[in-house]
Design a protein around this ligand. Sequence first.
Ligand SMILES: Nc1nc2c(ncn2[C@@H]2O[C@H](COP(=O)(O)OP(=O)(O)OP(=O)(O)O)[C@@H](O)[C@H]2O)c(=O)[nH]1
Length: 305
Amino acid sequence: MPRKKPPIQHQSKHSGIQNCLGNIQEIDSALLHHEKWLKDIHRSLICDGNPNPDDLQEDGHCLCKFGQWYYKQNQGGLGSNVRFQKLENLHKLMHDKVRNLLVSKTAQSPISMGAYNAFMDNAIHFKLETRKLQFELIEKVCTVDQLTGTWNRHAMSYKLAQELERSIRTKEPCSICLMDIDHFKKINDQFGHQAGDLVLKTISQFFTDRLRKYDTIFRYGGEEFLLNFPGTTEEQLEVTINRLRTELQALPISMPDGSIIHVTASFGIADMVSDIGIEESIEHADHALLCAKASGRNCVCVWKT
Ligand SMILES: Nc1nc2c(ncn2[C@@H]2O[C@H](COP(=O)(O)OP(=O)(O)OP(=O)(O)O)[C@@H](O)[C@H]2O)c(=O)[nH]1
């Protein structure tokens, strides 16, 4: 009687980058168990002796160490990752195939080359896909800002270069905007650093929720964010940013002590053009931002040559 597959759990203890780092290590260890399992399978197929009874069970994919790890993952964490979810089928198929091989071996029937090759192809595919999942998580750790979940500055240079190339190829405009939260130090001073962190998270989420899917937000550093808007001229962006700026100042943010605060930000806009590099475009946006700060904050300035 096959045992029932344990349900994927639905609670997350940790989140974000910390969780990712844990997952990366766990995948290594799960893959090591998989390699050991594969060695045992080969020994069972080649040498005398009985196979592990678990590998003859219909739910062998839940009983192996990889399966035990896999079905412990929760929906809030790795369990919601699409690449992770796709591993389930590959892993189960691999166990189904090996069960047939072991049944043939136990019955002293010949094992066809086709059946063995199909199993090994499946095993190799499974390992490659698991490694891809691991690389995806490593990439996330290297390119995502731990506090806000936006892209970090490492990712920024690479992604902006891609957008500039696209803009040159398609001859479409592309603009950037540097945003700096006004008097942010006062929030830290008055409510503490954790409250400051909460404000940073809230504001980055505010923008993330309102951007088009091809716009991008990066944490430029501290309380500064850089936003990239492909297919948008400086003039169009000024209208958009002014709308967002007004919405932001009306956004109530709850502090840990129960009080509600409102924050504003200043913005500097510049375009990304082929005859100047990305660094220079950012410098232009920075000049425009300085101009917005000097004009009293909570406003938008556009770089003019
Ligand atoms: N809570 C928190 N504070 C940060 C973080 N990164 C930078 N800061 C703080 O952000 C503050 C930035 O201060 P300033 O550069 O003086 O800027 P400001 O107070 O916003 O003043 P203006 O930009 O001139 O309006 C500093 O106090 C930093 O310690 C962070 O990740 N979390």
